[in-house]
Structure formats: C-alpha cells, structure tokens
Design a protein around this ligand. Structure first.
Ligand code: FHN
Length: 469
C-alpha cells in the first residue's frame, strides 16, 4: 500500500515537473529582464581583428569586420591568414567584469559573423576557432562561464544567411544604409555582380538551401544546446533568406524557451521580439509599442580596426543611453576586441567612465519607462513606479543659467526631490498652474548628466509634448 502511494506521489511530481518544463512563457515574461536591463554590451570579435582594417598594405575602407568582402579577399588567403589567430590575452572574466562594472546587464557576442568563422567548436564546419587557428580552443564556453559567475545574461549574434567562407552562404551585394560607414569605397566588379555578390568560385560550391541545412541549422542547434541558458539570439542580415529557411531556424529556438530574438531573421514575416535600429536613436514620432534596441559603435567600426581612434565621448554615450531610456528602448553598445583578445584601451576607458556614472545614477536607467513629457530641450526624463507613487528622473544636459528648472503640467503632489550626484535635497515647488519649479545649485554637479530624482504621489499621466524651460 505504502509503495503504491509513493509511486502515485512520484508520478504526480514527474508530470508536474514535465509541465513546469513545458510551460510556454508569454512575451512579457520573456522580455521582463530585458526591459529592466536597458543597457548591454555588443562584442564583434573574429579573425578580421587580425588584419584590423589593413590588407596587402592597403587600408580598407568601411567597417572592419567586412574586410574580406570589401577587399574581395580569396577564401584560401583569408583562411590562411586566420591560422595565426591566437588571442593569448583573452580573459573572459575581465571582459564580463568590465561590462558589469560599466552597468551593463547583458552581452551579445558574434558567435559567427558574415565571414562565417565560428568562435565555437562546431561539427558543421572546419571553419572555426578550434580547427582553423593556432589557438584551438572554444572562445564562447569560458565567456558563458564568466557571465554565469557575474550574473550577466549572455546572447549570441549569428549571421544566419550571409557567410563568405562556408560554401553556399549568401554575400550581400546591396549597399544599404545599415552598417555601411563608407559605401563609396566598395568595388563591385562584373564577376561579383554576376555571381550574386560572390567573388570566389569556392563560395558557390553548395546551394543556399544546402548551406542552411548543413551549416546554419546545425550550428544554431549547437549554440542553443552547448552553452547553458541563453538570453538572446541576435540574427543579422537576412540576405537571400527564404520563409522555409527561417522556419527551420526559428523552430530551434524551442531549445531555449526563454530566449529573446530580434527582427533580422527574415523580413517582414519574422518580426521577433524587438526592433534593431542601427547606429541611430529613433525619433519619438517613429516609435510604436514594439520593443526596440539601438546598437551602436563606440568609434566607426564594429570589428577592431587598428587605426580607428575616432571614439565618441563618455558624455555622448551616457546621454545616448538616457535619450534611449527616455524613449523606452535598450542600448547595445559595441566593443571590438583585438586579435590578442583585449578591449582597445579607449573602450576600456569609456566603459570605466560610464560605470562611474552608472554607479551613482543607474536608477535613472534600470527598469524605467519612457518619459511622460517626451523630450525636454535641456535633457531627458525617465520614470519608474514605486510602491507609493512614481519616481521621476530628470537628467539635465544643459544646466539652467538661472538655477530653475520648470516642468509643466504636473498633477501629482511632490514627496521629495534630490540630486543623485550629491544626495543633496533640492527645493521643488508645485504651483497651481501645474508648473513644477526645481531650484538648483548654480553649477551642475555632474558635467556628463546631472540627475534629479523627484518622488511624487500616484501615477504620472502622459503629458502633451511641449517645450519646457
Ligand atoms: O553587416 C553587419 C555589420 O557588420 C554589423 O554586424 C552590424 C551590427 O548590427 N549588423 C550588420 C549590418 O546591419
């Protein structure tokens, strides 16, 4: 009798656990951490970091990871070069720590970019870090471990269609606005034109459908199986994608039920979970309720180029983050490590400055939703519901000369107001006409962006967008 009861209990528990495993998460459940995170790190790393923008003594125009395509490098030459790829200074622990210290909550790394080179061990192609380089070790495994250690979510970028080394992969001929820093420097000769973007007969030894079945599908399965919990699958450039191919790849996502994907698998039929404005922050008028993530380079390239030192300032990047958060989006900021496996010193410096700012002001970013006022001429606003009301975060870029910041149309009574940089309280007076006047010290406490947190009672209704002082 006892045995029967035990068996019944066990079977109920088993069915329960199967059910629990099969629970289909809603989009809101899957997106919850992502919407809270707001800030992530993009990493473009591959064998293109070795030529680092120079081929045959010539500096090749445009973005560094496109060097093979831009310079029309034959497959054999590119693969020969890649043998020397030896990132002996690669320290994934340090990378993840730098992301975390910068206030980033997730990392998306190029597991395979358009040159088809896999940063991971794969049975689907010999064109991978283990088989094709002197380094000979999977680069993603230790990164996944470090992410787990630091509580950072991990995502993989995967170029599902465009692949210039694995035969059958597509090669984009189109010069689109996206991703091209300097389209004028691309030479497209008669051969390339005729051969759908390919420039080497070796690229055409298989059909696109075969490529999808023999490379893309098995590799995505490996990525979704061998690296623990994956937070994001970031598709890129759906060149030549068919609905059939997209379905095959999409169905693999069931291997990671909580995964988030973008809108670049195949347009327009596969919108994914979020849009991906590239190198730009959308205007408020262009946004609908769809989640979105701006990806952006710190300098002018995604993959490392030894001579691109044209970096954006920490001030610009922090203000970009605030602009994006005030419009309800995420910011995926790129680092292009060197072939030795180090972040460029400029990126390290920028990350550390952003981190210092985020340590003090991060609450104005994490878990916030878009500004009830739209944009202010002097800065941006984000807001967050609290158990008792709402915290409004006013990030001031242009400090008012008369020390007064006036927010129109406020209907909620003010509980408190303070500067995050110093912790000092500031006077916030609500007039009958709804103008909230915040009296500030004469100088900005933080030259990058000074945040004033105003706690008010109740929910804050969206205001008609109007210029404020
Ligand atoms: O062609 C790529 C480019 O190299 C880079 O990876 C960016 C990142 O979003 N995506 C493509 C262009 O849209």
């Amino acid at each position: 009798m006892k045995k029967t009861i035990l068996a019944m209990i066990l079977s109920v528990l088993m069915v329960g656990s199967i059910f629990a495993q099969q629970k289909v998460l809603t989009k809101d459940e899957r997106m919850a951490w992502w919407r809270e995170a707001r800030f992530g790190m993009f990493i473009h790393w591959g064998v293109y970091s070795l030529p680092a923008g120079t081929w045959d003594g010539r500096q090749i125009g445009g973005i560094g990871e496109w060097i093979m395509n831009r310079a029309k490098i034959p497959v054999a030459d590119y693969q020969n070069m890649a043998k020397q790829f030896n990132p002996v200074k690669y320290d994934p622990d340090a990378w993840v720590k730098m992301a975390k210290d910068a206030g980033m909550k997730y990392i998306v790394i190029t597991s395979k970019h358009h040159d088809g080179f896999a940063l991971f061990e794969t049975k689907a192609s010999k064109w991978n870090v283990v088989d094709a380089t002197v380094y000979g070790k999977d680069l993603l495994k230790p990164l996944a471990e470090a992410c787990k250690k630091y509580g950072i979510k991990l995502g993989f970028y995967y170029s599902q269609a465009q692949d210039w080394n694995n035969p059958g992969g597509a090669a984009s001929r189109k010069i689109t606005k996206e991703g091209w820093a300097n389209p004028d420097s691309v030479t497209i000769d008669a051969y390339t034109k005729e051969h759908k973007g390919h420039w080497d007969p070796r690229q055409e030894k298989r059909t696109f459908d075969q490529y999808i079945d023999e490379v893309a599908v098995p590799q995505v399965r490996e990525l979704l199986t061998n690296y623990g919990d994956l937070a994001v699958l970031w598709w890129d450039t759906p060149t030549n994608m068919t609905v059939e191919a997209a379905k095959k790849l999409q169905s693999l996502l069931a291997l990671q039920p909580a995964i988030i994907t973008n809108d670049r698998l195949k347009r327009p039929d596969f919108p994914g979970d979020h849009k991906t404005p590239e190198q730009r922050i959308p205007n408020l008028a262009d946004l609908d309720s769809t989640d979105w993530e701006t990806c952006m380079t710190m300098n002018g390239t995604w993959g490392y180029k030894s001579y691109d030192h044209n970096y954006k300032s920490p001030e610009t990047l922090i203000r970009n983050l605030l602009d994006i958060a005030s419009k309800g989006g995420n910011f995926l900021l790129n680092v292009g490590p060197t072939s030795e496996g180090e972040f460029p010193p400029e990126s390290v410096d920028i990350l550390s400055k952003i981190g210092q700012w985020m340590k003090v002001n991060g609450e104005a970013v994490y878990g916030t939703t878009s500004s009830p006022w739209g944009l202010f001429s002097w800065g941006r606003c984000t807001n967050k519901a609290t158990p008792k009301g709402t915290s409004l975060y006013f990030s001031v870029f242009e400090w008012p000369a008369d020390g007064k910041l006036v927010i129109p149309g406020v209907k909620n009574s003010v509980v408190s107001a303070k500067l995050l940089a110093t912790g000092a309280k500031v006077k916030a007076t609500l007039a009958k006409d709804g103008n909230l006047t915040i009296t500030l010290p004469s100088a900005a406490p933080d030259p990058l962006a000074s945040v004033i947190r105003v706690d008010v009672k109740g929910k804050v209704a969206n205001q008609p967008v109007q210029p404020a002082k």
